[in-house]
Design a protein around this ligand. Structure first.
Ligand code: SF4
Length: 431
């Protein structure tokens, strides 16, 4: 791995090194926002430890409160969690008192739910080591607040130690990774492709959209070469980014179905938390596509996204200015970079997707984040998208990606729909 992308913090006790991403900062700002908008999941041990405490005796606000809920069987099967903390009517975790965690304040950090002890640090074990990332559910992480992670190696190693102790069974299986379906690749080959993707994404002189397109063309050309097919021009077509880009890259019916289904999954109209709904992306994709096929789009198909602020057509959304430069571009770049560095977008990191499908899904996510940010700005009556609109979208999508699981039918749908570079170009041109 290149030093430009990350820093090898040294070999951990298990002999696998810890890799820390460069350019990513984080220090807790104590804003308390991380403790809102989600129903904190708990392992069985968390639940037994925390529910055994008589909270009513400790604080009046807990009197008569039903603080915990058991997760549905399906959710329990999909992860290590069995219960969750019920979110309060104000959207905050009931244990947040005066912007401090009451469990932590009353006992110690180790009494908190496992996920809160580690949050927002994430680690992913791979054949070449543990890759660290920071959850973008944290406002501090989205804003890149604090010191660089690469300057906090001792602390990061300590967190990794905690992660291993808390999740001793975390050993993702990377043995069957594929470039595209039916085309296996080795881990070293993957790292080679990842280095190339980072190379394209890091070309700061060009718009992010163009850098993403170049990475996609690189992957496409590698595939063509393997199949003995002539490679395409490594530069993305100029019209993709010009004013005529949308005209020449109109969304097709299946693009609209795909974006609409994913939009409902990642930006649900109702606040959805663990235990409230089915968090299986597979079930969602199945349902979304069944409905889409049963009610085929007729006439002139167009994308319309329903949000809590209103329902907006693609034309309305794209008319809302989004200045993808400066901090907004940096936030989007860091988000893509973090998911790729953390290996949280393909293989054992996300639904056992092939590299191509995983990367193209990230492109769809990038497009949806920008469309949703525009919808929020429109709903607020603003004249352009602000950084805070984008922060809200990044936090939301990170939350949903972390909560949803993908397997079987859902993963097959992703493989089918995310093979096409041209589809991704259409997403880029219309975002
Ligand atoms: S348990 Fe504590 S740290 Fe976790 S979300 Fe609730 S208040 Fe925040």
């Amino acid at each position: 791995m290149s030093q430009a992308q990350g820093n090898n913090a040294g070999t951990h006790s298990s002999t696998l090194p810890l890799h820390i991403p460069s350019g990513i900062n984080y220090e807790c700002t104590g804003c308390g926002k991380c403790c809102s908008g989600w129903s904190v999941p708990m392992t069985e041990t968390d639940y037994e430890r925390i529910s055994a405490i008589d909270w009513e005796k400790r604080k009046d606000k807990f009197v008569g409160r039903n603080l915990f809920r058991e997760l549905p069987e399906q959710d329990q099967k999909n992860g290590p969690y069995t219960h969750s903390i019920r979110v309060g009517d104000d959207g905050f975790c009931p244990f947040l008192v005066d912007n401090l965690c009451f469990i932590h304040a009353s006992f110690e950090s180790k009494t908190k739910p496992t996920i809160c002890q580690l949050f927002p640090y994430c680690f992913n074990e791979t054949p070449s080591g543990y890759y660290a990332s920071i959850s973008f559910v944290s406002v501090g992480a989205v804003k890149n607040a604090g010191r660089a992670l690469t300057e906090q190696t001792d602390y990061m190693e300590q967190k990794l130690g905690e992660f291993k102790a808390l999740y001793p069974d975390h050993h993702p299986n990377w043995s069957a990774i594929e470039f595209v379906k039916q085309m296996p690749m080795t881990w070293d080959e993957y790292l080679g492709h990842e280095a190339k993707i980072f190379e394209f994404l890091a070309e700061r002189g060009q718009p992010l959209k163009e850098r993403i397109a170049r990475a996609s063309i690189y992957l496409n050309n590698f595939y063509r070469k393997q199949r003995g097919v002539a490679e395409v021009d490594p530069s993305p077509p100029a019209e993709l980014f010009g004013p005529q880009g949308r005209e020449k890259n109109k969304l097709k019916k299946d693009d609209i179905r795909l974006l609409s289904t994913l939009h409902k999954l990642y930006f649900p109209l109702k606040q959805v938390t663990r235990g409230d709904n089915n968090f299986s992306a597979t079930a969602f994709m199945l349902d979304g596509f069944r409905k889409a096929v049963l009610a085929p789009l007729s006439g002139k198909p167009t994308l319309r996204l329903a949000t809590v602020h209103g329902t907006y057509s693609l034309d309305q959304l794209l008319a809302m200015p989004l200045d993808e430069s400066g901090e907004i571009e940096d936030m989007l770049y860091r988000y893509l970079f973090s998911r790729i560095f953390g290996k949280l977008y393909f293989g054992a990191g996300y639904g056992q997707l092939s590299l191509i499908a995983g990367f193209h899904h990230l492109i769809a996510v990038y497009a949806l984040i920008k469309l949703q940010a525009r919808a929020i700005a429109l709903g607020r009556g603003e004249s352009q998208v602000s950084e805070s609109d984008l922060v809200a979208c990044l936090r939301q999508v990170e939350k949903r990606l972390g909560d949803s699981s993908l397997d079987g039918y859902g993963a097959a749908v992703f493989e089918l729909f995310f093979q096409s570079k041209d589809r991704c170009f259409r997403f880029l041109a219309n975002s």
